[in-house]
Design a protein around this ligand. Structure first.
Ligand SMILES: [Ca+2]
Ligand SMILES: [Ca+2]
Length: 364
């Protein structure tokens, strides 16, 4: 049995109840595989001798290394005071990939070390929300001028329903400075280290747009663990972004095949990388017998010219998904037509090697 040290509940903002669940036979994977509600049958006596009845509470668990992922970034909000459009603010959305509610304590946003080895760090200060439910987003907004959420400018630009129930964390007195996308940002945990990193480039936006001011970059598939330019594109929401809502361009790879046979295919196929939020990327699925391969994947056009080195010596499990956004290595959209993906998987340890090939059609 996995060892459980403790779980914490949100019964009181400042006090945690700690249970030794391993004594009850609850394992770490039990905790991670579903959302837990804690109900307390007996009233609880506090230090002053008063009894409190405790309503059922959600139990949150510290993040796993895969739990929390940057999911959307607004780095260039509308801020023209004369355009008669409510001003926006910069924000970061984070997605909880786990099946359990994840605790938000001890989390920081940190910046890459500067040349003196210093890291600026911004702690999550909010006391209202201490966890994010499974497969739901969390929103971080900067509030340089200490504005309460009820009057925060983000609400004028992006209506957020059920605000009192929402997961908005205001970082007071800070400015993200998100306009510098090349500065890497880290989502870090005081004890668990770095959970995710984010950098981005204006080039990830739809190049056909006259301006991308006021438009966020959204992650397409919220689940994969890798960070890649392939997985980000311009929001197509009418308000320019989807803070605390499902990303407008979201596209999720279908769940993995359960068969043990060897598979290598694109889905959807054809796909249409035209920035309309519908089948803008294709997922290259692979599955096979062993898990120790290093994999490389190349995309060629039908004349045999190399278009994109999608994967270069990545560790592949015995199944996985690779995303292609229909762009070449220079970030330009490829012409419509048929493309060929070659995969080479090598296991230097025992000399195993695989070569697989499949095709995909890029449509309009
Ligand atoms: Ca969103
Ligand atoms: Ca499309």
């Amino acid at each position: 049995m996995d060892e459980i040290k403790e779980i914490r509940s949100n019964v009181y903002p400042h006090n945690h109840f700690i249970w030794q669940l391993n004594e009850q036979g609850v394992t770490e994977s039990d905790l991670r595989n579903r959302d837990w509600i804690l109900s307390v049958e007996q009233d609880i006596l506090d230090e002053l001798g008063n009894y409190h009845s405790i309503a059922p509470q959600r139990v949150c668990i510290d993040p796993s290394p895969q739990s929390l992922r940057f999911n959307e970034v607004m780095f260039d909000p509308l801020q023209d005071p004369m355009d008669h459009i409510p001003n926006g603010v910069e924000y970061l959305e984070i997605w909880n990939q786990d099946k359990n509610s994840t605790c938000l304590e001890n989390l920081f946003i940190t910046l890459e070390e500067n040349e003196d080895g210093m890291r600026a760090s911004q702690k999550f200060h909010n006391t209202r929300f201490k966890w994010v439910p499974p497969q739901e987003p969390l929103l971080l907004v900067a509030s340089p001028n200490y504005i309460s959420i009820d009057h925060h400018p983000i609400l004028k630009r992006h209506p957020i329903p059920h605000l009192e129930d929402s997961r908005v964390l205001i970082l007071e007195g800070v400015h993200f400075g998100l306009n510098k996308g090349s500065d890497k940002r880290y989502l870090s945990h005081q004890y668990l280290g770095i959970l995710d990193s984010l950098y981005y480039s204006e080039d990830w936006h739809n190049p056909n747009l006259y301006t991308t001011k006021g438009l966020s970059l959204e992650r397409i598939d919220p689940y994969p663990s890798y960070t890649s330019a392939h997985n980000w594109t311009t929001s197509i929401d009418a308000t320019g972004g989807t803070p605390l809502k499902k990303n407008s361009v979201q596209q999720v790879a279908s769940s993995k095949s359960t068969s043990n046979s060897e598979e290598f295919y694109f889905e959807p196929n054809p796909f249409s990388p035209d920035y309309d939020g519908f089948e803008d990327v294709s997922f290259l699925h692979y599955s096979w017998d062993y898990s120790n391969y290093l994999i490389r994947v190349w995309i060629y056009d039908r004349y045999g010219r190399l278009v994109n080195r999608l994967v270069h010596n990545a560790v592949g499990g015995n199944q996985g998904v690779i995303m292609w956004n229909g762009k070449n290595e220079h970030g330009k959209r490829v012409p419509i037509g048929r493309y060929i993906a070659y995969l080479e998987a090598t296991d230097a340890h025992n000399g195993r090697m695989k070569r697989l090939k499949t095709t995909v059609v890029v449509a309009r």
